[in-house]
Design a protein around this ligand. Structure first.
Ligand code: ADP
Ligand code: ASP
Ligand code: MG
Length: 421
């Protein structure tokens, strides 16, 4: 069971979580619980790091931001004990949750499930702070924003859990963020592939890596709400959203339980920033000079546009990076100004990426055309476009995000019928 930040925001909420956990354990289940920091806490800690040093050392950043989950794991263990349950916390370094790669975006390599399984078998509820792990050289790491989802899936895989229930503040995965579109519809099931794509383009209900890991390890994941009354239906009967394989989805469609659409969902992402380098030499190797230092610093570049070269063998190169990496990216590029040979560096964080996702696109033409027309009809300007087999994304002005998502939701016929809304 995993509980997100809103579910853990304060001792009162933690008591409700403890009740849900207690019921699950009382039903004869061995339970491990992964928790997030209280809502807003990680943001607060990240801000402290920025204030302390704008170009912060990611290793020390991890020391600071991992603390939020340490607090909630201890509090949940205490609350469970107060309800008469046997419970203890297991910090990332105690399990241990071994991670590799860069600080602040570490990847789970392995979890030693043995001690955990033993303690669970003795009827002790294991409470594990999400988001945190330990590096090969023994330092604290964190797994990137939303990383508790990945911690939960990794723990589920390590103890070979029957299911990984992700409890959050909405009761499932919707056709789009239900906070933006009131007529969004809850999906009974969504395939790993679609969920992976939706998450990677901004549907933050699950962290992208958690879906990739679940797919690889065959972990059954369900998304459901922790905001339920005392007479809560047990998780086995809750109408959440199951993440399923293609085969399971085909079966559900055949049984008439799920309807297939060309577009499954729409996501938005306001966390990217645009960088434009002007007057870059239009010659082989120029683009490599731009992206090598960013790659070396583990900065992910998403959309890339290289304009047609103008006179004097020069061109502009535009690309996006996570907003959190903008300052570092800018500093790195300034450092390499001579090598790259650009004239000006222009940045803009007032952009958003809107994406439509669906496996139906593989066999159905016209999905992109519908998108462009619907946005054009509302006068929304498209600054860049990228596509994959099951996704089309556009970059637009951040102010038009909500409008664009609503317009597209309607254009693809995803709105819930009025009587159902
Ligand atoms: P938690 O703190 O539990 O991890 P998050 O805030 O990370 O919760 O994720 C849940 C939020 O994801 C919801 O409150 C909702 O606003 C947002 N969200 C975005 N896209 C979707 C979607 N397609 N379906 C459901 N929720 C979504
Ligand atoms: N607390 C971390 C975050 O806010 C991890 C998580 O909640 O999943 O990103
Ligand atoms: Mg989350």
């Amino acid at each position: 069971m995993k509980f997100g930040g809103t579910s853990m925001a304060g001792t009162e909420r933690i008591r409700r979580v403890a009740n849900i956990v207690r019921k699950q354990a009382a039903g004869g289940n061995e339970v491990a619980v992964v928790v997030s920091a209280m809502a807003g806490e990680t943001d607060r800690l990240v801000n402290f790091c920025r204030e302390a040093n704008a170009l912060y050392d990611p290793a020390e950043y991890d020391v600071v931001v991992a603390s939020g989950e340490q607090v909630t794991s201890g509090l949940l263990a205490l609350t469970l004990q107060s309800l008469g349950c046997k419970a203890r916390s297991w910090l990332g370094w105690q399990l241990p949750v071994r991670t590799v790669e860069a600080h602040a975006k570490a990847r789970v390599d392995s979890i030693d499930g043995e001690a955990l399984a033993n303690s669970m078998a003795e009827g002790e509820i294991a409470v594990i702070p999400g988001f945190q792990g330990v590096s090969e050289d023994g330092r604290i790491t964190t797994m990137g924003r939303g990383g508790s989802d990945t911690s939960a899936v990794a723990v589920a895989a390590a103890v070979k859990a029957d299911r990984c229930d992700i409890y959050t503040d909405v009761d499932g995965v919707y056709t789009t963020d239900p906070r933006i579109v009131a007529k969004a519809r809850k999906l009974k099931a969504v395939t790993y592939e679609e969920m992976l794509e939706l998450a990677s383009v901004g549907a933050k209900v699950l962290q992208t890596r958690s879906v990739g890991l679940a797919m690889k390890e065959g972990v059954r994941v369900q998304v459901l709400s922790s905001f339920v009354g005392d007479d809560a239906v047990p998780a086995d009967e809750l109408p959440g959203t199951m993440i399923v394989s293609e085969e399971e989805m085909d079966e559900l469609v055949e049984k008439g339980e799920v309807e297939r659409q060309h577009v499954t969902g729409i996501a938005h992402d306001k966390n990217e920033a645009k960088i434009i380098l002007t007057r870059v030499p239009d010659k082989p190797g120029a683009v490599a000079h731009i992206f090598e230092p960013l790659a070396a610093a583990s900065i992910n570049v998403d959309m890339i546009i290289q304009n047609v070269g103008r006179d004097k063998g020069e061109t502009d190169v535009t690309f996006t990076v996570p907003q959190a990496d903008l300052a570092r990216a800018q500093a790195l590029l300034e450092d390499k100004r001579e090598d790259i040979g650009f004239n000006r560096i222009i940045t803009d964080s007032q952009i958003a990426k809107i994406s439509v996702v669906g496996v139906g696109m593989k066999s159905h033409a016209g999905v992109a055309a519908t998108m462009f027309k619907a946005l054009a009809d509302r006068g929304i300007n498209i600054q860049a476009i990228t596509t994959s087999e099951i996704k089309v994304s556009v970059m637009i002005d951040e102010d038009e995000t909500e409008l664009a998502v609503r317009v597209l939701h309607t254009a693809y016929g995803l709105d819930a019928a009025d009587e159902a809304a």
